[in-house]
Design a protein around this ligand. Sequence first.
Ligand SMILES: *Cc1c(COP(=O)(O)O)cnc(C)c1O
Length: 378
Amino acid sequence: MIDLSVIPTPCYVCEEEKLERNLQILDRVQHESGAKILLALKGFAMWSTFDLVGRYLCGTSASGLHEAMLGRETMNKEVHTYSPAFREEEIDQIARISNHLVFNSPQQVRRFLSRAKAANPSISCGIRVNPEFSSAPVDLYNPCGLYSRLGTTIDNFDPLVLEDLDGLHFHALCEQNVDALEGVLQAFEDKFGDFIPHMQWINFGGGHHITRKDYDVDRLIEVIRDFRERHDGVTVYLEPGEAVGWQTGPLVGSVLDIVHNGMDIAILDVSAEAHMPDTLAMPYRAQVRGAGEAGEKPYTYRLGGNTCLAGDIMGDYSFDEPLKIGDKIVFEDQIHYTMVKSTTFNGVQHPSIAIWTKENRLKIVREFGYEDFKNRLS
Ligand SMILES: *Cc1c(COP(=O)(O)O)cnc(C)c1O
């Protein structure tokens, strides 16, 4: 359990024990289903934990050169790189450091496949298809939505490009359970099933919420085993991001001031906009430790960030005791899709990144300052 009194704020605190518990669940899926699991860096790229992550998972999944470099440098296991569109200036370098390359369209295959193979003769290449089936919760996170640019639909598919490819990739889920995967798999096999016998691997993408309490892990194992049996033991990859970092620690902030304008408003040293942007983009309400809905407990406050954006607001929360300046506010589950998306907007202090170790020690692995703000501007 994190000792809040020793946490300097603002700070993201990743709890090693919780991360390892997630990795153990994912490892069980690997062992019992035969699938290989990669960490999608898009959702969780806290590389100071990658010694641990790499003990369980097979590697990293990247969306371009920089993530591929990070995966190669910091975990150095399998590196799988997909991009909605590779750039000519980068394709050679990406190919050299990747084990798998996944193209988004037949045109990209024709442009870059032979170049990639020249740069790295042992690379294994595939194409991302769009199964046109998705039950993703919101359009922003629906890779199979109307006019999606992600993956090739069966109507735009050219089986000729498969001649030099080893695999098919789809990614159609977002925070979903195995029933959604079963729907996608059905659509994928209906549309692309004829091509599977020629493939060495099928990548089921991410969005599998495997480490969530109500996720049906046993059913996932069954579904993957069935799929592999139906298709001559083809290799299956999963590449979850969120499921790796799911509920592995909070963002801890402090109350800087309390003002009143029709209601009580606490201004914090963290920002919804800059440090937990999905709460505004998705949007969703972050859990605050010890707090309830507005009006549920005796003292209700609007929690707001310290940027000058009017909408930099976490929401209205109620507490058992009145808040005071200096009180710590703990936003739960702020490790995935936070530090990968955070900004130095408005120059506000970026939270430090820390690990709460299994030995109950605080290890601050990164602190930020003025230079970080300045250096990404000019
Ligand atoms: C975002 C993404 C993932 C990871 O998705 P999660 O929802 O974080 O599990 C995997 N593969 C691709 C291609 C993605 O775009």
